[in-house]
Ligand binder design. Structure first.
Ligand code: NDP
Length: 256
């Protein structure tokens, strides 16, 4: 059974792997034997993550700064990863951001920052890595959606975020449709709330925890590691006939 989820010999690129879920997911894939490429904007954080993964899992790690809003940097970075490892089998499209602002007052800048990072950049990175995967006739792309790919939330004003994550859900379906012919699967995960730099403030706030208790049947945020199984499944050959899907990992949140 363990072979079903073996990733030895595979190369995985994780965007936004300088903090939060990206680090956790890079470690999950390294734990299954994948070599890892990590990108984000903060070099020193990437260096720490690289050293940690190399020491803990004994896999090869390539770390490079890349702003995923800059398509020239994406082209250069994907080329550098291809030169280093020779291939890219798995893409975790994880870099993301959030803004809270009432829809009627939100600035152009806040709206654009969220749509650019959470939706446009997910497409830009997939487009570039997709070219490599098409050449290989093999690939596994996993996009970070959210419960907010499917539902908004009473008491929280996040129109940019919900719109971007809803877009990720449809982009996942479209790329799955276009690239099935090239041996590439494209799926998404839809987490509820997990602690990270993005959520640290709200997730430790009593009022917000009250909302989580109300909206989530399990009544709690996710714990570190609770996304690992889904990502390993989508990254591995055990999911070879699964594409275009969003798997919600949310304590039952979107069941209501
Ligand atoms: P963090 O803020 O901890 O991580 C975000 C990561 O994205 C950082 O590594 C950051 O690195 C990177 N990033 C942001 N902008 C850019 C950019 N322009 N170029 C390159 N990298 C960038 O948040 P999370 O770990 O929580 O979020 C990760 C993903 O998970 C996001 O897509 C988020 O929407 C999604 N998600 C998170 C949930 C949660 O509860 N935590 C729930 C559902 C989905 P750097 O600043 O170094 O560039």
């Amino acid at each position: 059974m363990s072979d079903l989820f073996d990733l030895s010999g595979k190369v995985a690129l994780v965007t936004g792997a300088s903090s939060g879920l990206g680090v956790q997911l890079a470690k999950a894939l390294a734990g299954q034997g994948a070599d890892i490429a990590i990108v984000a904007r903060r070099q020193e954080k990437l260096d720490e993550v690289k050293a940690d993964i190399e020491a803990t899992y004994g896999v090869r790690v390539f770390a490079k700064t890349c702003d995923v809003l800059d398509t020239a940097q994406i082209v250069e970075t994907v080329g550098a990863i291809k030169d280093f490892f020779g291939r890219i089998d798995i893409l975790i499209n994880n870099a993301g951001t959030a803004r809270v602002a009432a829809a009627q007052d939100q600035s152009d800048e806040d709206w654009k920052a969220v749509i650019d990072t959470n939706l446009n950049a997910v497409y830009y990175v997939a487009r570039e890595v997709g070219k490599v995967m098409i050449e290989q006739n093999y690939g596994r792309i996993i996009n970070l959606g959210s419960i907010h790919s499917s539902v908004a939330m009473k008491g929280l004003a996040i129109s940019g975020y919900t719109s971007s994550k809803g877009g990720v859900r449809m982009l996942t379906k479209d790329l799955a449709n276009e690239w099935a012919q090239y041996g590439i699967t494209v799926n998404a995960i839809g987490p509820a709330y997990f602690e990270s730099e993005m959520t640290a403030k709200s997730i430790n706030d009593e009022k917000f925890l009250g909302l989580i208790k109300m909206f989530c049947p399990m009544g709690r945020p996710g714990k570190p590691g609770e996304l690992d199984g889904a990502v390993i499944y989508f990254a591995s050959d055990s999911s070879s006939y699964t594409t275009g899907q969003l798997l919600s990992i949310d304590g039952g949140w979107t069941a209501l």
